[in-house]
Design a protein. Structure first.
Length: 275
């Protein structure tokens, strides 16, 4: 367990995960503060040893005051993986390029929530509006069916805890510990992290799933769904104490930012200024 007696700052929007993480933080002797909705750092202003959990839009308004470094996977990590780990064709493009699609595809912004990640019948069906620049990066992938999907909390290349979160696209949370797919999930994840873990932050959430398509046969094929920021992820039925270890590293004090994580820092310029 990570022992840290700093404090955990929470975005004002309540979630079940923020409640679970705050309970775990209090149990290990950390202070917990729900930040004010106007975007200020509240009584956390000027304090050292802070960590953050919450959404990226709110984070942009408070992380400078909190002096927190936010780690996130590179936008193109999934698209650079070998096919054996993805089981489908994945490419990076701009929103403008995606609008020229003439086939159904799963399209999503790789890291923000500027428009819903979904299967779109074609490029003309993608959202539009003055707030959406045609230069926004998007991820385009083949349409597939996931029989089961799992969220894994990864710290220093090791799965610390995990949870099933969906079956056939429907919410279905179960702990990974003792799950009938536990060995298969951990085996696939171990191989993935050994070969491609250097392309991820030291603290990250990786979602993997079991693909069921004619191409992959009745037994299915394990593949990566995506990688996400641990400081903005639902822990579902994962162990919140172990998940908190990953969250604390993923959004912690800038002064403690490891050199290998600088390229994954969302607010990289500020992190360098903290040297």
């Amino acid at each position: 367990m990570v022992t840290d007696h700093g404090f955990l700052a929470l975005a004002p929007q309540y979630t079940t995960t923020s409640e679970l993480l705050s309970t775990s933080a209090l149990r290990r002797g950390m202070d917990v503060e729900v930040l004010p909705a106007h975007g200020g750092a509240g009584t956390a202003m000027g304090r050292h040893g802070g960590h953050y959990y919450g959404g990226p839009a709110f984070a942009a308004r408070v992380v400078d005051a909190l002096e927190v470094a936010l780690l996130q996977p590179s936008d193109d990590w999934l698209a650079t993986l070998p096919y054996e780990y993805t089981g489908r064709c994945i490419t990076m493009a701009t929103l403008g390029e995606a609008r020229r699609l003439s086939r159904p595809a799963f399209v999503k912004p790789p890291s923000d929530k500027s428009f819903p990640a979904a299967v779109y019948a074609g490029g003309r069906c993608l959202p539009s509006g003055p707030e959406l620049s045609l230069d926004v990066p998007v991820q385009i992938s083949d349409v597939v069916t996931w029989a089961a999907e799992f969220r894994l909390y990864v710290l220093d290349g090791e799965v610390r805890t995990g949870s099933q979160y969906a079956t056939f696209g429907r919410l279905d949370a179960e702990p990974l510990d003792g799950h009938r797919y536990e060995d298969a999930v951990l085996g696939f994840a171990g191989d993935l992290l050994t070969t491609s873990g250097d392309g991820l932050p030291s603290a990250v959430v990786v979602d993997i799933g079991l693909l069921t398509t004619p191409e992959h046969g009745a037994a299915g094929h394990w593949a990566v769904v995506e990688a996400n920021m641990a400081w903005f992820s639902n822990c579902y039925a994962a162990d919140p104490d172990r998940a908190l270890d990953v969250v604390l590293r993923s959004a912690g004090p800038r002064r403690q930012l490891a050199e290998r994580d600088r390229r994954f820092c969302r607010n990289i310029e500020d992190a360098h200024l903290a040297d």
